[in-house]
Design a binder for this molecule. Sequence first.
Ligand code: UD1
Ligand code: CA
Length: 429
Amino acid sequence: MSQNLLSENVKAVILAAGKGTRMKSQKPKVLHEIFNKPLVSWVLSACENIGAFENIVIVGHKGEDVQDFINKNHPKSSCVFQREQLGTGHAVSMAKENLKDFNGLVLILNGDIPLITAESLKKFIEFHKSNKSDVTIMSAVFDNPAGYGRIVRDKESNVKEIVEQKDCTPEQNKIQEINTGTYCLDWQKVKRFFDELKNNNSQNEYYVTDIIAWANENAFKTAAYVLENSNESFGINSRPQLAEAFKIMNLRHLNKLMDEGVTIVSPENTEISPETIIGEDTVIFPHTFINGKNEIGKNCKIGPFSHLRGDCTIEDFVKIGNFVELKKSHVKSHTNISHLSYIGDTEVGANVNIGAGTITANYNSMTKAKNKTTIKNGASIGSNAVLVAPVELGENAFIAAGSVITKDVGANALGLTRSPQKEIKNYVK
Ligand code: UD1
Ligand code: CA
């Protein structure tokens, strides 16, 4: 049954034109970030992880900003403008021209649900296919369904329609199965719905939710897939919800890492981006913040109080200690960076010892250039050294404490820029 989805013809339409008024922000809602990555980008990544790369993002409010981000970070996806926000159905209809000849499945998702996973989207599509459904809706069961559209089922438990809370009867109001806003459509079969949109509801908007009742009336097959982990459909409307989603995403990843053999000493005090892979028997000590994409090997010790800012590769048996900041760097095995250091844009070899307070001066604020530092295997750097990039330290090079290194140091050489110590006898007397 389970075919390779990667070969399947799936495109997502992601709704992201809304203003996000409750964020109280100059920035469009879907560009607010969790772990350095905008909400809409999390949704797109989930789609890309099931093999859907050419997605369509419907943008409106500050749409140019969203478009800029998409062009740079999801180059196969495109943006379509919805100049006036007349409802979710109207938003999807903006993609009609782009999808005219598309003969596959269209997933519709909201752009503000960063917790959705590729695994759930895969199961959702499998369900749609095994049911031979034409329109499938992803639902979830909530203790408190307030604010959501309700899934109305008939006696045989078939989905009949979706009713928005504002249009609910008191009976329907009690329904706990809600519409997550994620749909799977056999596009060529049901695209006609988007030519027949109506806005006879309490908000006078063109609702995409009407597609269920429409499909039933037009003898198409409909189904509802109940999301196992309902928090995946958690939508962000406000800053507290953004913080809540961050917490959920973090804890989910920490649990996964612990299942895979990583020790997280204090999960309540540790943040690790889901785009960070960590090997077995590595220990993460408290108050460590790991952002962006990173790869950390086995048997490392990270923290307490370490900050990895992304694009770091750390090999096995490495120690990164307290108040160490690392960015865009590769650290080879058995190297120690134990205290109070900044290492950026740096290649660090194996068996290197970096003393307390070592700084790579990688940024030239006049030219705005970021320069590279290379530290070869076995080098040893004394405390409080400044390595002014671009600079290279050869194999087993030794840097004296307190030195400001502006020129390359050869293999096995001592690099020293410290002024000689003077002693003035009986000066105090
Ligand atoms: C929608 C669903 C509701 C569901 C809920 C899940 C409808 C009518 N209702 O309600 O059944 O339970 O999502 O979160 O679809 N958008 C546009 N253009 C528009 C209108 C909206 O792009 O013209 C985008 C918004 O930016 C947002 C998404 O569509 O990302 C959902 O819109 P929103 O107004 O938040 O719908 P809800 O009222 O939450
Ligand atoms: Ca919403």
